[in-house]
Design a binder for this molecule. Sequence first.
Ligand code: ADP
Length: 350
Amino acid sequence: MNKDQILKLLEEVKYPGFSRNIVSFGMVKDVFVDDDAAKVELRVTSTDENIKKQLKQDVETRLKAAGFKTISVLIAAPEVTGGQQTGGNGAAEDELLPTVKHTIAVASGKGGVGKSTVAANLATALMKKGYKVGLLDLDVYGPSLPLTMGVTEVPRVLPGNKLLPIKKYGMELMSFGFILGDDSPVIWRGPMVAKLVTQFLNDVQWGELDFLIMDLPPGTGDVQLTLVQKLALTGAVIVTTPQDLALLDVQRGANMFHKVNTPVLGIVENMSYYVCPECGHRSEIFSHGGGERESKRLNVALLGRIPLNEEVMTASDKGQPMTIYNEASEISREFMNIADQLIAKVTQEA
Ligand code: ADP
């Protein structure tokens, strides 16, 4: 067996919790073969020892099955990207986002459930509570922040090629959409996405922030993997609609974060029910209580339920989160309530 054949074999090894393999992510640094002896060097940036152990085991199992007698799997120290060496708890985060206290990822199993809407409103709610907040739209495939926040400017580039976030509504905003333009390709290959995300984490000059809310692309793909490899996230919030709650997507999302030791702070159920604007009648369009039941089953808190409401869409079309567009509304109060729970959880984790 030669090096290429071993690489082919290693394509069967998935990163724990994700559907992509370690070769396509460039985690295989080197491969040496000598008769029935094989040596594989991996580069794993995660500080989680369990992940390293599992990857080592998985690689060994594959090589053993292929007939190798002497097998050695080495895990190299992460590459140093300037500054101090990464390693230890949260050290990677300190190096990449030195001015950010808490990083919260907002995720969803699939698109269109209102993940970006929730991310924008949570960011705004936290800002209204007096915290310094940044909102980072990491949706490489369909950045929506320029539209939902009504941003038409292009970020300024500072000396040293650092990007300055756009300031709006008292928050700091950054999106791939600010720099990619409308006609850029949306089909990025895994390694390119990883590079783009890392560069983005390195090159944006955030101010001193209490919270950085990260709007992830849907699913469990390349952006998620890069993030959990590079950062020790404070936690994740999963957005779903009631009819999707019972689907595997949500469970998969929660599992992914559990596996990489990122606390799932809770679920936000969006488009949960409908209140008739004429008569005020509240209809549970989907089976009631599903959210609570499922969140119990997944052992994750249900942080809140946001109704289906035309005003949420109107606000977003006008480039404003609901919490700014109609601050006194029931929905804005629910977002403020969710923000309170996040603050409590994050202070507890700390
Ligand atoms: P995702 O980020 O999950 O793809 P978006 O936040 O972009 O989803 O929302 C998809 C569409 O649904 C947007 O047009 C948004 O304005 C609308 N939307 C989101 N939440 C609600 C809601 N609670 N009521 C009505 N429309 C909503």
